[in-house]
Design a protein around this ligand. Structure first.
Ligand SMILES: CC(C)(COP(=O)(O)OP(=O)(O)OC[C@H]1O[C@@H](n2cnc3c(N)ncnc32)[C@H](O)[C@@H]1OP(=O)(O)O)[C@@H](O)C(=O)NCCC(=O)NCCS
Length: 168
């Protein structure tokens, strides 16, 4: 069975999304969040489901500022890797970014080749936002934003990851 569809996430998908993220968070590939954070941010998420309706992939788009958003929690179930699930979810997230009026999308990842194929390039340190926006983003309590800003307190999370960005 190789057929799947990508759709907006529903509240009933949160358990499946967390199950996808858990092993990747244990390996420090993704950031694990509390269950409540998934419900609160549900509108950011898309999922892929197989023909039986099981969730086999997920991904979110988090808006950070007027012109910048982040792809986060992009994950495909191990048994479904290499079948185009990640590409379709990412395409959907980038379409969403365009629709929302975002000009640039950031990601922090070990999957550099995968993102290169989607037009992302490796980011120069600190070049994505001007100092004024940087100081505004410092007010955020979101861990992903802290990682984007490369703050000292999240350095252990970002170790070995590559910062990438695509501009529309
Ligand atoms: C990154 C990740 C989501 C990719 O998921 P995936 O479903 O395996 O991705 P795809 O199948 O679309 O693409 C993977 C490869 O399979 C190949 N592929 C095989 N069949 C394919 C198809 N039908 N359509 C498109 N690509 C296909 C592609 O060439 C692709 O190569 P590339 O990575 O060099 O571009 C997955 O590896 C993952 O869960 N990683 C851990 C979490 C993570 O690091 N997330 C990113 C940071 S948020």
């Amino acid at each position: 069975m190789t057929s799947f569809t990508v759709r907006r996430a529903r509240t009933s998908d949160v358990k499946s999304i967390r199950a996808l993220v858990k092993p990747l968070a244990n390996d420090r590939v993704l950031l694990e969040k509390e269950a409540v954070a998934y419900y609160e941010n549900l509108q950011e998420f898309f999922v892929a489901e197989d023909e039986a309706g099981a969730v086999i992939g997920c991904g979110g788009l988090h808006v950070m500022w007027e012109d910048i958003a982040e792809v986060r929690t992009l994950a495909t179930d191990g048994a479904w890797r290499g079948k185009g699930v990640g590409h379709q979810i990412l395409d959907r997230l980038l379409a969403e970014a365009r629709e929302l009026g975002v000009a640039r999308v950031f990601c922090l990842t070990f999957e550099v080749d995968f993102f290169l194929r989607h037009g992302f390039s490796v980011m120069e340190e600190q070049s994505a936002v001007d100092p004024e926006v940087y100081s505004e983003l410092l007010r955020s309590t979101d861990e992903g934003v802290a990682e984007f800003l490369d703050l000292a307190r999240v350095k252990p999370n970002t170790l070995g990851n590559t910062r990438m960005i695509v501009r529309f």
